[in-house]
Design a protein. Structure first.
Length: 202
């Protein structure tokens, strides 16, 4: 559900139609696309039903920066009003999530990143996926879910543009320009601009 909107933010619903203005309280569904324009920011709250009480509980908060775009893809993690998987198209987002591997996953054209910590940031840059962790733990794998690496606080790892052979985690340096817990950099390569190779079961 969209929790807050600042500036120009657009939503394209899966059922079709043109881009419409995002509004606070708008529910997001599988197939919906969200984009922020140059002055736009949007916060999205993710919920799931508590197995004991049956009530919805917030499991993650996502804040999307200007000039960004993401889609809620068809995936077993996204059912009904529960969203646990986001595919970034471009841009930058920050997220805070529960310490649960299955709580939130974010995909790029050549990699997938999952929560084993609490806070992380995601950005697209230079056709390379790099994860830098400052607090907590994040797992990083190729788009197909292969060669998973566990990235702990104070370390970083990268996956090149071809999406194979993640670099062994190395200590981060003072030159790493990070402002949050985990940074994930990538951008679509020409062969990946249509759709990520990640299977729906990821």
């Amino acid at each position: 559900m969209i929790e807050d909107v600042k500036g120009r933010v657009k939503v394209k619903k899966a059922r079709g139609g043109d881009w419409i203005d995002a509004a606070r309280g708008m529910e997001l569904e599988v197939g919906d696309m969200v984009k922020t324009l140059s002055d736009g920011k949007v916060s999205v709250e993710l919920f799931e039903k508590d197995k004991t009480s049956g009530l919805n509980q917030k499991v993650a908060l996502i804040r999307v920066k200007p000039d960004s775009e993401f889609v809620v893809p068809k995936d077993k993690a996204n059912t009904g009003k529960k969203i646990g998987f986001i595919r970034m198209v471009k841009g930058f987002l920050w997220a805070r999530a529960k310490k649960d591997r299955n709580c939130l996953k974010i995909a790029t054209p050549n990699a997938i990143c999952g929560v084993r910590g609490t806070e992380f940031e995601v950005a697209f840059k230079d056709n390379i996926t790099c994860v830098t962790v400052m607090e907590g733990t994040v797992w990083l794998a190729e788009a197909e879910g292969l060669n998973e690496h566990i990235i702990t606080a104070g370390n970083k790892a990268c996956i090149p543009d071809d999406g194979h052979h993640a670099v062994t985690p190395q200590p981060q340096t003072d030159t790493d320009n990070v402002s949050g817990t985990c940074l994930l950099y990538t951008s679509p390569s020409p062969r990946d601009r249509t759709r990520s190779r990640m299977p729906s079961s990821a």
